[in-house]
Design a protein around this ligand. Structure first.
Ligand SMILES: [Zn+2]
Length: 349
């Protein structure tokens, strides 16, 4: 299933003539082009924010087939890629950078300092794990051979053509260090993994509380369009749906007797949300015993934990992988068992 969504294609066709008809002072408004990977690539979304012949590319995908498709789509957009921005240090959002760097050598590759520090600290180890251990190395042929660490951005603004984008930062949301891009003039919010559209939320690295606060802050803004980190763009209802999911997940953690019950409740109460194995990956953050009948083993071949104590409220931070999607999760699991000290050492700031 190869799904390429170019969300604003129609607008892109219409806008020049509309601007022309408004007279010479009218400028073409910015356009956000969307690329969403298929479900087996976790529906990771990348965006091309285009303004006045300049393009800001947001998030890099992970596996070569998807990065290739992203590059192909971006090259069809009139304009020059001047900047590539990485929203957070999860591998599904930055491992594709080497190919983007080759395709757009003139672009500055940037991220906020916490993202950069974490990629610098964990990137090579994360990549090596995916190459050798994840699915017994079956993904190696579609993974890069090196990690590109972005440069640290100074300030909280990005300029694209005549558009100015503000970076909104949260220390504790889907990741410990989550950033969204806000274009006030159009009410466009590129959320990174602060929001998913009908894709199960990654609650492996952090607990719902901080993420809920972040979404509440975003909900106060005059958002017109939400461009999520996983799944397709939509309206502000995406934020509301994520908040409801997080609140229900939090309640399910408290009411469930074990991990299996938690996974069952979350999946049943969010029917229609995609990439269900994400829930199974999150469960050990809340209950040390693995959920029965989860897809975890089948999917990645990584042994689940076998501890039998009940809740492990303090474990969520000890995850080096702490990466986003199911893939990184599997990694964190293996790391958690292998060496918690290392995990803590390399954890996000
Ligand atoms: Zn992600």
């Amino acid at each position: 299933m190869n799904r390429i969504v170019i969300a604003a294609a129609a607008l892109a066709l219409l806008t020049p003539s509309a601007a022309w008809s408004m007279g010479q002072q009218a400028k073409k408004g910015p356009t956000v082009h969307t690329f969403t990977a298929p479900e087996d690539a976790f529906l990771v979304s990348s965006y091309a924010f285009e303004s006045d012949g300049e393009i800001l590319l947001v998030d890099a995908q992970m596996v070569k087939p998807q990065v290739d498709k992203l590059i192909e789509q971006v090259k069809k957009i009139p304009g020059k890629v001047t900047t590539i921005y990485i929203t957070h240090a999860h591998p599904d959002h930055y491992l594709g950078l080497p190919w983007l760097k080759t395709a757009f050598p003139q672009a500055k590759i940037v991220a906020d300092a916490d993202t950069v520090d974490r990629i610098a600290a964990e990137g090579a180890q994360t990549l090596a794990w995916f190459q050798k251990d994840f699915m017994n190395g079956q993904l190696a042929s579609v993974l890069p051979t090196s990690v590109v660490t972005p440069e640290k951005l100074t300030g909280n603004k990005l300029k694209v053509g005549s558009a100015e984008i503000e970076i909104l930062s949260f220390a504790d949301a889907e990741a410990k260090g989550a950033h969204a891009l806000w274009h006030a003039q159009t009410g466009s919010l590129i959320t990174g993994d602060l929001a998913f559209n009908k894709v199960h939320l990654w609650l492996k690295e952090t607990k719902p509380e901080g993420w809920i606060k972040a979404i509440e802050a975003l909900e106060k803004m005059p958002v017109q369009k939400v461009y999520p980190g996983h799944g397709e763009p939509g309206g502000k209802e995406i934020l509301a749906s994520n908040k409801s999911y997080l609140q229900a997940f939090d309640a399910a953690v408290k009411s469930s007797k074990d991990g299996a019950a938690l996974a069952k409740t979350v999946k049943e109460s969010n029917a229609g949300w995609r990439v269900a194995p994400i829930v199974d990956f999150a469960v050990p953050t809340y209950f040390s015993a693995p959920a029965e009948g989860t897809a975890t083993d089948a999917k990645d071949g990584v042994k689940t934990e076998t501890k039998t104590d009940s809740k492990t409220e303090s474990k969520s931070d000890a995850k080096p992988g702490a990466k986003s999607d199911a893939k990184s999760d599997a990694k964190s699991e293996s790391k958690t068992d292998a060496g918690k000290a290392d995990a803590k050492k390399t954890g996000a700031k």
